[in-house]
Design a protein around this ligand. Structure first.
Ligand code: ZN
Length: 447
């Protein structure tokens, strides 16, 4: 339980190192942004191809039709072109201009129709007339186009030719993992979704930060082993959990990361359990990064934390974003583009992720030898052996440790939860170990 080694990812916890990494992440976002991703298909594979220039990826292809808990891996969607032309042959809606123009997962179509027939297939945002909405049709067969409300209003009656040149057919769902071996085989998971097309904050930012942090972890000497998972939202995490249920149940913790580049404040969403080692550490790290941050309780709405925190898993998995999904006006529109991304916001997000990983990575945990009620400290002289330290702080540290020492909590999260200095908590832990009241817990695979 010594803290002699330099903290994991220490360079990224400083502003210069975090900013350099953020700039690398921004360049990666430029590359991946234009790709038309979906929950399956060539867009995800092309994205993973780009990521694998930076980090080694294990790629998995799960065939369409595979049952995954209550779900089934869907058909694979691949799109080549999509457009609507007016009577003069001019493309009035053109997938090649912006991949948000097609309803993601549209069934193929090739037809001529009137404006009245076309209208039920058009999606626009009257409240933001220059933005293209992002819409999907994953779980019902449908086709459509998304367009700016200005485009929508400019459509004159007449005959339109409608083409969606796509395949929706048996194939596979693709996801990838970057595995980083640490000194122990206890694992920490970073999960980010890779299914959104040309949208920057949601979630090119998460993909780029996960990739650049993975590259740093590969060059570090972590205690824990790390798995960074790149998968489509919802069906991807469900598929991953169905194939890794045992590994998942052994996770030390995990973070779903995404939406890391908008100028809004960092937001940590607690695990369903709400009081895990990770929850305390993440809240503490956000506090150190400035007053403008939010820590919110778990709710069953959002991203893939919904699956990791379902009752059958109930894992110590939280979520780190800046402004959460649905809470900024550009969310799921063409205005969520690279201009929305602030390099300083990415850098602060990097510091948050690095800070959380560092504190989990070297967090000696403790277990009470006899856990019922408080032990009698006075008869052991512990309340008097405080020489030189603030007695109150030291006594608080004893009580915090004795209360949290259930095998899942340790020095760093007790320091974060109590607000006490880490050195005081460590000194208290040493005395409690010496007194035989607590013992350090090692993960199952500690070597
Ligand atoms: Zn989204």
């Amino acid at each position: 339980m010594t803290h002699t080694q330099s903290p994991l990812l220490g360079n990224l916890q400083e502003s210069a190192g975090a900013r350099a990494l953020a700039q690398r992440a921004m360049r990666l976002m430029d590359e991946i942004f234009p790709i038309c991703r979906s929950i399956t298909g060539a867009g995800v594979r092309a994205t993973l191809d780009l990521l694998s220039r930076h980090i080694p990826l294990l790629r998995f292809e799960v065939p369409s039709g595979t049952p995954v808990f209550d779900w089934t891996v869907p058909h694979e969607w691949n799109i080549r072109d999509a457009y609507v032309t007016d009577a003069s042959g001019k493309r009035v809606i053109d997938f090649r201009e912006h991949n948000l123009h097609v309803l993601n997962y549209s069934t193929p179509v090739r037809a001529k129709m009137s404006l009245a027939e076309l209208r039920p297939h058009l999606y626009s945002l009257p409240e933001h007339p220059n933005w293209i909405p992002y819409r999907t049709s994953y779980w019902r067969e449908h086709w459509g186009f998304c367009l700016t409300h200005r485009q929508y209003e400019a459509l004159a009656d007449g005959d339109f030719e409608v083409v969606i040149d796509a395949d929706l057919a048996p194939g596979a769902l693709t996801y990838a993992e970057c595995r980083i071996a640490g000194a122990t085989d206890e694992e920490f998971l970073l999960f980010t979704h890779v299914c959104h097309p040309a949208l920057a904050n949601d979630n090119a930012s998460g993909i780029a930060v996960a990739t650049t942090i993975a590259a740093e972890l590969l060059a570090a000497r972590p205690q824990l082993s790390y798995r960074i998972v790149f998968a489509p939202a919802t069906i991807g995490s469900i598929t991953w959990l169905s194939r890794n249920a045992n590994a998942a149940r052994r996770l030390r913790g995990g973070l779903v990361i995404g939406l890391l580049g908008d100028p809004g404040p960092l937001t940590y969403k607690r695990s369903r359990r709400g009081n895990t080692e990770l929850d305390f550490i993440a809240s503490g790290v956000l506090r150190t990064l400035g007053p403008e941050h939010r820590v919110v309780d778990f709710s069953p709405y959002g991203y893939d934390e919904r699956q990791f925190c379902s009752p059958g898993f109930n894992l110590p998995v939280g979520r780190l974003t800046r402004t959460p999904n649905g809470e900024y006006s550009e969310y799921h529109t063409s205005a969520d583009n690279l201009a929305l991304i602030d390099v300083d916001a990415i850098a602060q997000s990097v510091r948050a992720v690095a800070g959380i990983l560092a504190l989990i990575d070297s967090n000696p945990r403790f277990r009470r030898r006899a856990a019922e009620c408080e032990p009698q400290l006075g008869k052991r002289g512990l309340f008097r052996s405080t020489g030189g330290r603030s007695p109150q702080e030291f006594e608080f540290a004893l009580l915090w440790l004795l209360n949290q020492a259930d095998g899942t909590h340790g020095l760093n999260d007790v320091a974060a939860a109590s607000g006490l200095p880490a050195a005081t908590v460590q000194a208290a832990a040493e005395e409690l170990v010496q007194a035989g009241l607590i013992e350090e817990v090692r993960g199952p695979g500690f070597v």
